[in-house]
Design a protein around this ligand. Structure first.
Ligand SMILES: Nc1ncnc2c1ncn2[C@@H]1O[C@H](COP(=O)(O)OP(=O)(O)OP(=O)(O)O)[C@@H](O)[C@H]1O
Ligand code: SF4
Ligand SMILES: [Mg+2]
Length: 327
């Protein structure tokens, strides 16, 4: 369904190109839930938004993003808008920023259909109520007439999902859809997404830093670190037996954070490098407990390792030089 090849994006600052996402390649298969994880600033949103043709206007892009045989990086704006309305649904992190506060919820959902000529006003309005029902909103007629501030956070999130799916897209890109939600509502949201995925034959790209969410829904996982792919592969292999030291650190950090008394340990030593200050060699080497001399100078190439592909000179499970502690 989606084929990303050597995709890079970044920004020009003080006459210099600062690369935020650096020559990444991956495929997303029809029907799967493909999850992108990584620390803040690793390039998750830029990747997700670029797939939908929504990269910031100040960004440069190169490489290729093919969605159903269309090159997304070369589509005219009008075509991208049409694709976003019909083929690609988007859920943003903050429901309030994508729902217009001065417009009833139902009208906003209906607009996604009328704007692309998919329905007349009356049909679109009817369809909006049906969509609200479909996302399990108990009183869809009332909510359709309500303004966003008149409904709860959980309802707003459901309304956003209704909006993203109203035109029947085949691909749903959800950027941190559960971040602002409490545990119960988050669980309901994941259940709803799983049901809608089945009912509507969706392919989902989910961006999150919540490992609980990842464990719940992922078929395959892409781990980004400082704009590069650290590891990519089946969810089970990556969650249960991570091979890349960065993935292992992410998993350990997630486990520790579930133990409140040890929450202060919930951080991987050091911070992720910012744009323009990526270290040479492996970008993770200043923080990596397995780093060797080669890691400091030679960027690890991507290669197959068991069930996954990763970019690491000394993955976990590989023999280590003497004297190096296993992570
Ligand atoms: N419009 C922009 N102008 C300049 N730099 C940007 C812009 N958007 C993103 N960046 C930078 O690009 C890098 C990647 O950003 P991105 O939003 O993709 O990160 P992310 O992985 O989604 O992080 P988070 O988990 O915080 O959402 C960051 O260093 C960010 O500061
Ligand atoms: S290449 Fe070296 S520094 Fe990078 S993750 Fe692997 S072992 Fe660590
Ligand atoms: Mg983001």
């Amino acid at each position: 369904m989606l084929s990303v090849r050597n995709f890079s994006t970044g920004f020009r600052r003080a006459g210099e190109n600062l690369v935020a996402v650096d020559a990444i390649s991956f495929d997303v298969e029809q029907g799967e839930t493909f999850v992108i994880i990584g620390e803040s600033g690793s390039g998750k949103s830029l990747t997700g938004m670029s797939i939908a043709g929504l990269q910031p206007s100040s960004a440069f892009v190169s490489g290729s993003i093919r969605f159903k045989d269309r090159e997304m990086l070369k589509q005219p704006d009008a075509e991208l808008r049409k694709l976003r309305g019909t083929e690609i649904g988007l859920i943003y992190q903050d429901p309030l920023s994508s729902l217009n506060p001065v417009w009833p919820v139902g009208d906003q959902i209906a607009e996604t259909l009328t704007a692309h000529g998919l329905a007349n006003r009356a049909e679109a309005r009817k369809r909006a109520v049906e969509m609200l029902e479909r996302v399990r909103i108990p009183d869809p007629h009332r909510v359709a007439s309500a303004y966003p501030h008149e409904i709860s956070g959980g309802m707003r999130q459901r309304a956003m999902i209704a909006m993203a799916l109203a035109a029947g897209p085949s691909l749903l890109i959800a950027d941190e859809p559960t971040t602002a939600l409490d545990v119960t509502i988050k669980a309901q949201m994941l259940e709803l997404l799983a049901e809608l995925k089945r009912e509507m034959a969706l392919t989902i790209i989910l961006i999150t830093h919540d490992m609980g969410v990842v464990a719940e829904v992922a078929d395959r996982i892409l781990v980004l670190y400082a704009g590069r792919i650290a590891e990519i592969g089946p969810a089970d292999a990556i969650m249960l037996q991570p091979s890349h030291p960065y993935t292992a650190a992410l998993m350990t950090s997630a486990m520790i954070s579930q133990t409140p008394a040890k929450q202060e340990l919930n951080a991987i030593v050091g911070g992720a490098p910012g744009l323009g200050s990526f270290p040479p060699g492996c970008r993770f080497h200043p923080r990596c407990p397995r780093a060797q001399d080669d890691c400091r100078t030679i960027e690890p190439p991507r290669r197959k390792f068991g069930a996954v592909e990763l970019a690491c000179h000394h993955p976990i499970g590989d023999s280590m030089p003497a004297g190096v502690a296993r992570t």
